[in-house]
Design a protein around this ligand. Structure first.
Ligand code: HEM
Length: 205
């Protein structure tokens, strides 16, 4: 449901608090989310938690969203980038509920009484609106991926040192079901010599 004018104003008014406390909010958010939902540790890169990259990226995204609440069309490439990252990890629509719950709880923990009931409701609506945008975009990406929307096991067929810094990993599916692979992107190459269609992923070693 779209935000009311009053809610949009409340969100804009909270931008300075978000700027001041956004990193603290998202740090607490990740800490509590991952402590209570250990299975999510499999998809979150722990070094991005350790170096604070991920909490900062989320805080920046929420801040950018709050600043643009009157004209979401200006979010543009940021939505594209986040949705692609999410789709690469098979994030599912139902996971947005748990993330929203922990994000709002972290806001409450940091902002205390400054997060009035009206402001909390405004952020609940704003989060729901942002989640809908991302869910729709990710749904489009999953359709483009020919219905392959879950993890699939691959084995490393061979490993080639291309240089001191670059190693190529040749991957092939273990199920040998000949299910097609999604189209590859820059940084991934289809190996014409493999029995099955497969990718080469270049990883900076
Ligand atoms: C409105 C809600 C959300 C926003 C604004 C958001 C925002 C972001 C941003 C900005 C990034 C970093 C992108 C990059 O580094 O390129 C990211 C990555 C990620 N997001 Fe979300 N996200 C949301 C919901 C979710 C949900 C529901 C999940 C599922 C549990 C999720 C899981 C992840 C994961 C696993 C990563 C990669 C983290 C890593 O590299 O360690 N996100 N998200």
């Amino acid at each position: 449901m779209p935000l009311t004018q009053q809610q949009a104003k409340l969100i804009k008014d909270s931008v300075p608090a978000l700027k001041a406390h956004g990193n603290e909010v998202t740090k607490i958010f990740y800490s509590n989310l991952l402590a209570d939902n250990p299975s999510l540790k499999e998809i979150f890169n722990t070094s991005n938690q350790f170096n604070q990259h991920q909490p900062r990226a989320l805080a920046a995204a929420v801040y950018a969203y709050a600043c643009r609440i009157d004209d979401l069309s200006t979010l543009g490439s940021a939505v594209e980038l986040i949705a692609n990252k999410h789709a690469s990890l098979y994030i599912q629509p139902e996971q947005y509920d748990v993330v929203g719950k922990y994000l709002l709880a972290a806001m409450k923990e940091v902002l205390g009484d400054a997060l009035t009931p009206d402001l909390l409701e405004a952020w609940r609506a704003a989060y729901g609106q942002l989640a809908d945008i991302l869910i729709k975009k990710e749904d489009g990406l999953y359709k483009h991926a020919h219905g392959w929307t879950d993890w699939r096991d691959f084995r490393i067929k061979k490993k080639v040192m291309e240089s001191e810094e670059i190693t190529s990993f040749y991957l092939e599916p273990v199920d040998e079901s000949f299910k097609p692979l999604p189209p590859f992107l820059p940084g991934q190459v289809c190996d014409p010599h493999c029995r099955q269609e497969s990718w080469i992923v270049f990883i900076d070693s």
